[in-house]
Design a protein around this ligand. Structure first.
Ligand code: GLU
Length: 524
């Protein structure tokens, strides 16, 4: 029987979670859902110097907002806890010591200054210093020092434990995305596994935890690919080769201009969000993260956008809700090459999701923004549904409704119309406005006021009838009507807007507009 899938997202709480991290979480989550497996959140905080207060909560909140929360984790608990590495600290030492006992690791005592001096000296000779099979026997460690010296150092806690890698061994493994990957220990070094204070490094803690948490698939960013051969050695040396997880390394996310990796700083640089939520680093007030949530994105749109950042289905389909993603997502279809972070595409997804939303749901989402805009006229939910129906294909973000549909919430603003579309007004209405026109439109206004059932179709047929009866053209009447109703040539169908705004409001707008046109003629 196949083992059930267990995947983990293992961020370090060093600040706001970069959007690349969110994509890693999503792909892990998708694989877990697709296979009926378990999605785990593990906090990797062994590097206490980089810890940022609030980062853990931020990660949890971001996943929750997106709807991809873990089943096991720091806050959820679970059978393989604790899920925060600093809370697991006592576990790690025994494995480092086991490596030593089995001849796969050694104690090293070189001071930071000594290693630094070696690095500098190598550099000046155009070489790179590596602590490895070629150098370790000339360095300060338990392989070169006496037993008594070693014992003394261990007792004082003044040591690290380093893995002992073979001099020149090829290591080949299969990555779900990159297929066969090849490394040589020649290019690797004897990395530190544990420090004298008992704190493990990322590598040891990561492997020990993956093993104990029964992780079946390690899905993470491409930057961890070079660490994988080391992790494979650890599995072998600790006797866990049979439990080796499958590895999958996700492609980089590239900057919007395609030039290099998208970094945390690119958010402020390009003025776009590269984080799920806003966050201000309490250790550094200049480190401000712009979030997709606060920008106004719908979580489903963000997930859809992120899913396609590096993965693509077998056809051209682009819109997938979470359920659809679960069913079509395949790790094997994740690409090897970097994916460009195209913010316009993210906006497009948001627009698509708004367009797909029911008028009822959209009305509820719009409500707080409309309330915040504090229009004089209060409107009911049903009215907001009407606004949603007319405007949903015209906004990218829900927060735009009050501004983009302002004329559905307050009187049309004809001075704004002049600012934006003055030329249109002059050409289509203003220059030809005279008393004959005015009385004709006044007649139309009174005809419209007399409609018994003020619905789109009735309003339309009244206007069409009027055009025919007076042997006019559509172009003689519709621009006037539209500008009078909304103060803009853009926007939803004029008859639909008339139904929503209602008889009295339309009648008032028409007469106000006629006065505006009179004034225009008087001034020009
Ligand atoms: N703690 C690592 C990170 O911050 C996790 C890498 C991994 O998934 O193994 O990305």
């Amino acid at each position: 029987m196949n083992k059930s899938v267990r995947v983990r997202f293992a961020p370090s709480p060093t600040g706001a979670l970069h959007i690349g991290g969110v994509r890693t979480a999503l792909y892990n989550w998708l694989l877990a859902k697709k296979t009926g497996g378990t999605f785990i959140l593990r906090i990797e905080d062994t590097d206490q110097t980089r810890f940022v207060p609030g980062a853990e909560e931020y990660i949890m909140e971001a996943l929750k907002w997106l709807g991809i929360s873990p089943e096991e984790g720091v806050f959820e608990g679970g059978p393989y806890g604790p899920y925060r590495q600093s809370d697991r600290k006592p576990m790690y030492r025994q494995f480092a010591e086991q490596l030593i006992a089995d001849g796969f690791a050694y104690y090293a005592f070189d001071s930071a200054e000594e290693l630094d001096a070696l690095r500098k000296q190598n550099e000046s000779e155009g070489k790179t210093f590596k602590y490895d099979a070629s150098t370790r026997l000339s360095l300060n460690n338990s392989l070169t020092k006496s037993e008594a010296y070693t014992k003394e150092k261990i007792e004082s806690g003044d040591y690290v434990i380093r893995i002992k890698l073979p001099a020149d061994e090829q290591i080949v493994f299969t990555d779900l995305i990159r297929e066969e990957v090849n490394y040589s220990t020649h290019d690797m070094d004897d990395k530190v596994m544990l420090k004298g204070d008992g704190m493990p490094t990322y590598h040891l803690a990561n492997v020990v935890d993956d093993y104990h948490m029964k992780i079946t698939h390690v899905i993470r960013g491409e930057e961890w690919l070079p660490s994988t051969p080391l992790h494979i050695f650890l599995y072998r040396y600790l006797g866990w080769a049979d439990a080796m997880p499958t590895f999958a390394h996700l492609p980089l996310i590239l900057r919007p201009d395609g030039k290099g990796k998208l970094s945390k700083r690119d958010g402020s640089k390009f003025g776009i969000p590269v984080f799920p939520l806003n966050f201000t680093n309490p250790n550094n007030a200049e480190d401000i993260a712009l979030g997709f949530r606060e920008w106004g994105f719908e979580p489903e749109a963000v997930l859809n956008f992120l899913a396609l950042l590096g993965w693509h289905p077998s056809d051209e389909q682009e819109i997938f809700d979470l359920e659809a993603l679960v069913s079509v997502f395949e790790m094997e279809r994740v690409s090897k090459s970097g994916a460009r972070f195209d913010f316009d595409k993210a906006r497009w997804f948001n627009q698509q999701y708004i367009f797909k939303m029911s008028d009822k749901a959209l009305a509820q989402k719009m409500k707080p923004y409309v309330e915040a805009a504090a229009f004089e006229e209060k409107v009911c939910d049903e009215y907001l549904e009407g606004v949603a129906a007319l405007m949903k294909e015209r906004v990218e973000f829900v927060k735009e409704f009050p501004e983009k549909a302002y004329y559905l919430f307050k009187a049309a603003d004809y001075s704004l119309m002049m600012e934006n579309e003055g030329k249109d007004f002059e050409k289509k209405v203003g220059k030809g406005w005279d008393s004959t026109k005015k009385s004709m439109f006044e007649a139309l206004n009174s005809k419209l006021s007399g409609i018994s059932d003020y619905k789109t179709a009735a309003v339309q047929s009244a206007v069409e009838g009027f055009i025919n009866d007076n042997a006019l053209k559509f172009g003689d009447v519709l621009p006037v009507l539209r500008l009078a109703v909304s103060g803009t040539m853009k926007g939803p169908g004029v008859f639909e807007m008339m139904e929503l705004l209602g008889r009295e409001e339309i009648s008032l707008r028409l007469s106000t507009f006629f006065k505006f046109c009179d004034n225009f003629i008087a001034k020009n």
